[in-house]
Design a protein around this ligand. Structure first.
Ligand code: GLU
Length: 450
């Protein structure tokens, strides 16, 4: 990664900050991409001539709406809904919905911006978007979540469509929420448009492997990266942060490839289990009861230890997979990973590593692979779901997983080839940013000033 912005990009970044005041996560995501683009602007003056980078940093459309809903006690509640349709040069807007109290416009923009490049890297025809709400599903009944989702979709539906914008899940939005959202979309439009949402249930238009895809894809990427160095996951000690959908299926695939996964976490603390995480127990607690990792430790007994608060990055591991949320791995976490002999960090979550931590890891000789490449398997499998919906077909688990593995292999190889071409061999950050950017930028040039 280039330490500084190319001088020609400083005004571009300043404009982003001025246009989007206070949206620090968005600024961070833009800066991280722009830092890789120095060699691209030098080689391709046509991008600057057509103001491609400035246009890319401005969402095509931003939708903000009121979401009123009634709780089980009959009280009226109010949340804010968002959809940032960032870029549609490569295909319909595509990206998840996040329901979490921290959601505001800056978070949605950072996620939407990342999504543009991630989706380009998949090689599939999908543009970039993200949405969500500051609604907190934690502790809410199914009926409350349903009423919220129905109210959310009552506004959002008019902006969606298989050729327009196709949402999916993210933090706080899983199979249950996608069901309620799809039900309301179908009811309002009187159309069974399967291709309008992805992450659907298997009996009503969903794809095999979509649930597992982000976590599995993360581990496929890691395997490719280790393979490039003649190594494998077999016998490796792995630390995975989070215990949601991405973390659970990263743990599953890592274990099936012979790794020993010794830790996972939630927002309250982390658990260390030197015998290896018992995934059936973790799944039962998380998926069955929406429980906490502290429950895991008390039910597992003996080998497991729960640490309230604290940092999971203090747990020694050769490979660390941050799979929880943005900026969860900071400089102190990086220092601790380095001190404990960590050799690779691959991001299962979106932007989980702070810029200072990335710098520290790289200086400390730790291989670093960014989320927009590593976690692209989720959205790639969403695109496979769209493909199945369009052809009214459904594929087997094995076939779909093989497609996912192939896509991850090709993302990995493309990152390395691009990094090499632009003078930073082995640098996955430069490779992912430049490969994603050039693909979108070339499409934008071809489509004219729009
Ligand atoms: N939210 C996921 C992501 O960060 C998936 C998006 C999708 O499937 O559209 O890529």
């Amino acid at each position: 990664m280039m330490p500084l912005l190319d001088p020609s990009l400083i005004p571009v970044f300043d404009e982003v900050v001025a246009r989007n005041p206070g949206e620090t996560e968005f600024h961070q995501a833009v800066q991280e991409v722009l830092e890789s683009l120095g060699p691209v602007v030098a080689k391709h003056p046509e991008y600057a001539d057509a103001e491609v980078i400035r246009r890319l940093c401005e969402p095509e459309r931003q939708i903000i709406f009121r979401v009123p809903w009634t709780d089980d006690a009959g009280r009226v509640n109010l949340n804010r809904g968002f959809r940032v349709e960032f870029n549609s040069a490569l295909g319909p807007y595509k990206g998840g919905l996040r329901f979490h109290p921290s959601v505001y416009l800056g978070i949605v923009k950072f996620l939407g911006f990342e999504q543009i490049f991630k989706n380009a890297l998949t090689g599939l025809p999908i543009g970039g978007a993200k949405g969500g709400s500051d609604f907190d599903p934690k502790g809410r009944s199914d009926a409350e979540v349903m009423r919220f989702c129905q109210s959310f979709m009552t506004e959002l539906y008019r902006h969606l469509g298989e050729y327009t914008d196709v949402p999916a899940g993210d933090i706080g939005v899983g199979g249950r929420e996608i069901g309620y959202l799809f039900g309301q979309y179908k009811r309002i439009t009187n159309r069974y448009e399967s291709g309008t949402l992805t992450g659907k249930g298997l009996s009503w238009g969903g794809s095999q492997v979509r649930t597992e895809a982000t976590g599995y894809g993360t581990v496929f990427f890691v395997s490719e990266a280790l393979g490039a160095a003649g190594e494998s996951l077999e016998g490796r000690r792995v630390v995975v942060s989070g215990s949601g959908n991405v973390a659970i299926y990263a743990i599953e695939k890592a274990q099936s490839l012979g790794a020993l996964v010794v830790a996972c976490s939630d927002s309250d603390g982390y658990v260390v289990d030197d015998a290896g995480i018992d995934l059936d127990l973790l799944k039962e607690i998380k998926n069955g009861h929406r429980g906490r990792v502290s429950d895991y430790a008390s039910r597992r007994g003996g080998t497991a230890r729960y640490v309230a608060g604290g940092s999971i990055w203090d747990v020694p591991g050769e490979i660390a997979l941050p799979c929880a949320t943005q900026n969860e791995l900071d400089e102190a976490g990086a220092a601790s990973l380095i001190a404990n002999g960590c050799r690779m960090v691959a991001e299962g979550a979106n932007m989980p590593t702070t810029p200072a931590a990335i710098r520290a890891l790289r200086e400390g000789g730790v291989a670093f692979a960014p989320g927009k490449a590593v976690n692209a398997g989720g959205v790639a499998t969403s695109a496979l779901e769209m493909q199945q919906n369009a052809s009214r077909d459904s594929w087997t688990f094995e076939y779909t997983e093989e497609r996912l593995a192939e896509i991850m292999r090709s993302i990995h190889d493309r990152c390395l080839e691009t990094a090499e071409e632009y003078g930073s061999p082995g640098d996955y950050v430069v490779g992912a940013n430049i490969a994603g950017f050039t693909q979108v930028a070339d499409a934008m040039l071809a489509l004219g000033v729009i």
